[in-house]
Design a protein around this ligand. Structure first.
Ligand code: N01
Length: 532
């Protein structure tokens, strides 16, 4: 066997998985990474305005006390280059690069039944074997470029935000069409508007965005964070969504209108960001009446900010509850529509029909542009994994197994695919949680599992079909108790034409999920078949 472990991807998950496997467990590991650098999401997403929506001090690793004490974040929400710099630093500091093969895409992985190992193929012609195959491909890395007729005849340049040119894009004096108003489009719009001659924002669904209230971190704030790191990390681990916010058990409907309004005003004006949803009332995502209070508050803010009432009305979300699409946060997004060089095009009213050589055509008009920016998201949670031809036991293909939607046990393993683990796979809280917190929990669980197998002389672990079935049912049932299924979100695969509508993340909460994972391990890996 060439390696104990092969890991696909060198982003937040792959880097930590390599560290854990090599430095903590003493295993031989090889990481394959398609990019020519480490960083994953933060390597690819270099679009203008790209920054983290979670606060820097907890959107970071906790596994090394030295690392968290040494590193100094500049702001509450750092920009993409700073986060990429952090991940590059981690790779260097822990000497990870020597086991990472860059510019190499894994094309296939085939389980070898007779040897309890995986044979992994790459686009550079490597064929290697490893006992364990770990996917660290990320949940949002397969870019979704809509198949709009005529794009190949467009005479300008176009880019997807998730595959942004390293040399950047000069918008100076250019007419720009930006398609998509999810978290990415909302981050990019104000920045592109400042540079472009004219910006047309093509919006299919308006979004509830809350101001980020970004600011530099002072030396005193940084010191306070560092002094309190143990407590911050504990709060993250023991929370509903991996954020270090104090748990609130109050319903939005249990307080007076005045009190609720004062809370929303404070969170909007002073705190900003995810605290609005995760630090206000516990039932915004479960109780329609509670959700209505927050949704109506944000609608009111949009109407106040945007001066043209017709434009404001188009920007106001009306047909899905707040937070059921991933809530964006912004810096001057709604304000940007007051600029004379910005036009909102409502493509729900007048859909895009095609791209013509000079720009974008809707049912109503032609918009001449020099550059098109597709902020149109990703084939989320399954897209990147299914690009790899993964064959498990008895030649079973993952593409076929997941035809009707992803099926996993705990988001960690798939029945029929022994010794394969998915970090933050579908069926785990992953994208509903603070990602580094979710990633660390997964990597540590997988590491402990591998250590357990080795200690007991076992060479194969596979989720049982029964455990998988029960978990898939549980994930669906919990989702149905919430408001989430009401929105056409990427959580449901609704953004990808033809993708089966299945709620993919586990919405039962990060802490309950981690307790379940721990319980499964304590009971000798309940729901898994272990073999010598
Ligand atoms: O993608 P999205 P994103 N014609 O899928 C529209 C994470 N993230 O890149 O809503 C016209 O959310 C689509 O319209 P609709 C975060 O988890 C993290 O913005 O489907 N429009 C929507 O408006 C986020 O959720 C950070 O009707 C089309 C937009 O494109 C995830 O990445 C920062 C279209 C896509 O929105 C994805 O966000 C940024 C078409 N054919 C993002 N197809 C961090 O801070 C799609 N759209 C870490």
């Amino acid at each position: 066997m060439d390696f104990d472990v092969v890991i696909v991807g060198a982003g937040f998950s792959g880097l930590y998985a390599l560290y854990r496997m090599r430095e903590v467990l003493g295993l031989s590991a090889r990481v394959y990474e398609a990019g020519d650098g480490v960083g994953g999401t933060w390597y690819w997403n270099r679009y203008p305005g790209a920054r983290c929506d979670s606060e820097s001090f907890y959107y970071s690793y906790s596994f090394s006390e030295e690392l968290q004490q040494e590193w100094a974040w500049s702001t509450k929400y750092p920009e993409q280059p700073e986060i990429l710099g952090y991940l590059e630093h981690v790779a260097e500091r822990f000497d990870l690069l020597r086991d990472i093969q860059l510019s190499t895409r894994v094309t296939a992985a085939v389980f070898q039944d007779d040897r309890d190992c995986w044979e992994v193929h790459t686009d550079t012609g490597d064929v290697v074997t490893a006992r364990f195959f770990i996917s660290a491909v990320g949940c949002l890395s397969a870019a979704n470029v809509p198949s709009i007729p005529g794009l190949d005849r467009f005479e300008g340049e176009w880019h997807h935000t998730g595959a942004w040119p390293h040399e950047g894009v000069d918008f100076g004096g250019k007419r720009v069409g930006l398609v998509g108003t999810g978290s990415t489009g909302i981050q990019a719009t104000p920045v592109v508007a400042e540079q472009a001659e004219h910006l047309y924002v093509f919006q299919r669904t308006p979004n509830y965005s809350v101001p980020a209230r970004n600011h530099p971190l002072t030396p005193e704030q940084l010191q306070e964070i560092k002094t309190n790191y143990a407590e911050i990390r504990r709060k993250c681990r023991e929370s509903y969504a991996g954020f270090p916010y104090d748990l609130t058990l109050t319903s939005a409907t249990a307080v007076s209108d005045e009190e609720r309004l004062a809370t929303y005003e404070r969170l909007w004006a002073e705190e900003g960001g995810f605290k609005f949803i995760y630090g206000s009332y516990f039932d915004l995502l479960f109780n329609q009446a509670a959700n209505d209070t927050a949704a109506e508050f944000i609608r009111g803010k949009i109407r106040q900010i945007v001066k043209d009432p017709v434009v404001a009305e188009k920007l106001v979300p009306k047909d899905y509850p707040y937070g059921t699409k991933r809530p964006p946060i912004d810096t001057d997004y709604f304000e940007t529509f007051n600029r004379p060089n910005v036009t909102l095009v409502d493509v729900r009213e007048t859909p895009i029909t095609d791209v013509v050589p000079s720009g974008i055509r809707t049912t109503d008009a032609d918009y001449d542009v020099d550059i098109i920016v597709f902020a149109t998201g990703f084939d989320a949670m399954t897209g990147s994994l299914l690009k790899i031809d993964i064959r498990g036991r008895d030649g079973m293909r993952l593409q076929e197994k997941w035809e009707a939607g992803p099926r996993t046990y705990l988001g960690l393993q798939v029945a029929g695919f022994p010794n394969m683990f998915t970090i933050t796979g579908p069926g785990s809280p992953a994208v509903l949680a603070n990602m580094p917190t979710a990633i660390e929990q997964h990597v540590e669980w997988i590491g402990d599992c591998v250590a357990h197998l080795r200690t007991h002389g076992l060479t194969r672990i596979e989720a049982t079909a029964e455990a998988e079935e029960a978990w898939v049912d549980h994930v669906r049932q919990v989702a149905e108790l919430t408001l989430y299924p009401q929105a056409n979100s990427w959580y449901l695969g609704a953004n990808i034409p033809g993708k089966k509508r299945v709620f993919m993340p586990y919405v039962g909460g990060f802490l309950p999920y981690t307790l379940r994972c721990a319980e499964v391990a304590e009971r000798g890996y309940e729901g898994f078949a272990l073999q010598p």
